[in-house]
Design a protein around this ligand. Structure first.
Ligand SMILES: [Fe+2]
Ligand SMILES: [Fe+2]
Length: 271
């Protein structure tokens, strides 16, 4: 099974640039075109939050248009920039967005790897939270299929990254989450967003990872008082391949890097 992850799309109405600089709509178009052309084709695409910038209906209408060329099942979840109700309104054909009455969290059981999405959003805030109600749901959902290799999808990563201004809007409830995850060793990975760059950490007996954005990346600055800047480094997405044993992750970089070059000619290494 091949899982494609995209995250932090930050689409704005009328294709306005984010922060006056980032053409997020054009950058998502380029990302979608790259994914649609992939061979082998991903079985699913998961989008781990900050799908739009202000959680508005007109932003989700544009998002829907931009994602339309993806002809594989698409699983969306909210980040701190999203609106649960507007997201549900824009995707009425995604019934799993309503599996839970309050939070946008759901389990998908149709694939060799089970997808379990949890909602870390706190409306009106940049930070995230996993309250007792969300964690209880996760505990019961994971316990229901202890035998199924599972990835947990969430927006806020559950660990301190060392990027100070992002850690200030990190996740409350991460210690409790670690205890839940540790009780369920079928969890192969926690796939996260929010940080707009590729980051990995050990967590709850498994690995938690963050996927880059197809638009802007958070500046890599590990100084204690790091300013909250972004940078237009090469954007990307990730491919997570399940081989029946483990989930292997590749980060794909978007952009024109020229043609592929052969190592060999007529079977011999080119000297
Ligand atoms: Fe974001
Ligand atoms: Fe975020």
């Amino acid at each position: 099974m091949l899982i494609c992850q995209i995250t932090d799309l930050h689409i704005k109405a009328a294709r306005r640039r984010a922060y006056g600089v980032v053409d997020t709509a054009a950058m998502l178009e380029a990302c979608v075109a790259a994914i649609a052309a992939l061979a082998p084709r991903p079985d699913v695409v998961v989008a781990t939050g900050d799908l739009v910038d202000y959680g508005r209906d007109d932003e989700y209408a544009l998002l829907r248009e931009l994602l339309a060329p993806l002809h594989m099942p698409l699983y969306l979840l909210p980040g701190n920039h999203d609106g649960r109700d507007a997201l549900r309104r824009a995707f009425p054909d995604h019934p799993w967005l309503r599996q839970h009455d309050e939070f946008v969290q759901y389990a998908i059981d149709e694939y060799p790897v089970r997808l379990v999405a949890i909602d870390t959003q706190v409306p009106g805030h940049g930070r995230g939270e996993l309250c007792a109600r969300r964690l209880d749901w996760l505990e019961h959902t994971l316990a229901a299929r202890a035998d199924a290799p599972t990835v947990v999808l969430m927006h806020h990563p559950p660990f301190r990254t060392g990027i100070a201004h992002m850690d200030l809007i990190g996740l409350a409830g991460a210690d409790e989450l670690a205890r839940v995850i540790a009780r369920h060793p079928q969890v192969e990975r926690l796939l996260c967003g929010h940080l707009h760059r590729s980051i990995h950490a050990r967590f709850g007996g498994t690995v938690a990872s963050v996927c880059p954005s197809p638009a802007h990346q958070i500046a890599l600055d590990l100084t204690p008082g790091a300013r909250d800047d972004f940078v237009l480094e090469p954007p990307g997405y990730q491919l997570h391949q399940w081989d029946g044993m483990r989930l292997v992750t590749h980060t794909a970089v978007l952009g024109d890097w020229g043609p592929r070059h052969p190592f060999r000619q007529s079977g011999r290494l080119i000297d």
